[in-house]
Design a protein around this ligand. Structure first.
Ligand code: ADP
Length: 269
């Protein structure tokens, strides 16, 4: 019907008790199954680049030994693969750190616009290389305070903006919009809404509910080519959970995607 497809990832603002009750509902068997799948995914993700690296080392020792052009080409591929493994290990560490602290509420007060600026700074060079313009739309006169862990929140917007550039950059513009919401119904209170909007090709509805699963990709080949680990949105989801916020994903094929982060407002002193 032409309306964008929408997917709500998580409903939070549940008391710790409620979260425990939810955890209890995952049977031991299910938890074990999830753990096994995760280990098998990690193994696969690490082994693929390792196998490639070992193959190239062998080729460099043997057939390509005296071929300067081939050597250069292979070393470039090896560098890329090693870089991806490195990012994967980094992402796995972040994920486990966030998960282990998930029940502890962050206590710093941070300005969400500052956080977005920091993330934008990091991504500006690669966006420029990709020919994508980044735009921040926020009211400079208000302080957008949330209770949060600033490193983790920067990571949320890093991941979302990076994805918007990587997968949604075709439109040439990625917009970040920050605005207050007087009463956010799911969080049941005042919130800050940060939208990361791209004008790319969009995401098919069937993928939306699974996008934040670890290692879920719409197009594995493309993700790998872009150096993706498949963990970016899983990390985003866990960090937002930890901040008692929620993530909403809307997308329309041919028009682009909008990832909206809602975080409870902290009082401004
Ligand atoms: P990856 O490391 O593959 O980028 P993510 O968890 O960050 O992993 O994202 C999962 C998948 O979601 C990506 O592989 C991509 O297919 C899809 N995706 C994420 N953001 C966007 C976007 N802005 N537009 C289109 N597809 C996206």
């Amino acid at each position: 019907d032409g309306r964008p497809t929408l997917f709500e990832v998580t409903v939070t603002r549940i008391a710790d008790g409620a979260m425990l009750a939810f955890a209890d509902q995952t049977s031991q068997g299910q938890a074990e199954q999830i753990r096994r799948e995760f280990v098998s995914n990690v193994t696969h993700e690490l082994r693929t680049p390792l196998t490639a690296l070992m193959g190239f080392i062998e080729t460099l020792r043997g057939p390509a030994r005296n071929d300067a052009e081939a050597r250069e080409r292979f070393l470039n591929i090896m560098e890329r693969e090693a870089g991806r493994m490195n990012r994967l290990v980094g992402d796995l560490l972040s994920l486990s750190r966030v998960e282990s602290g998930e029940r502890k509420r962050p206590s710093q007060t941070v300005d969400i616009v500052q956080i977005c600026r920091q993330a934008l700074e990091t991504i500006t060079p690669s966006a420029r290389d990709a020919g994508v313009r980044l735009e921040l739309d926020a009211d400079k006169t208000v302080q957008a305070k949330v209770s949060g862990d600033s490193d983790q929140l920067v990571q949320v917007f890093n991941n979302l903006i990076e994805n918007a550039v990587k997968y949604g950059g075709a439109g040439g513009l990625v917009r970040i919009q920050v605005r207050p919401v007087a009463h956010e119904p799911v969080l049941r209170g005042p919130a800050w809404q940060v939208d990361v909007i791209d004008q790319g090709e969009g995401i098919e509805a069937l993928h939306l509910p699974r996008l934040t699963e670890r290692f879920y990709r719409v197009d594995s080949h493309r993700s790998r080519k872009e150096g993706g680990t498949g963990l970016g949105l899983a990390i985003v989801k866990h960090i937002i959970n930890r901040h008692r916020g929620r993530l909403r994903i809307e997308s329309e094929i041919g028009k682009g995607s909008r990832f909206s982060v809602f975080l409870p407002q902290a009082p401004v002193n």
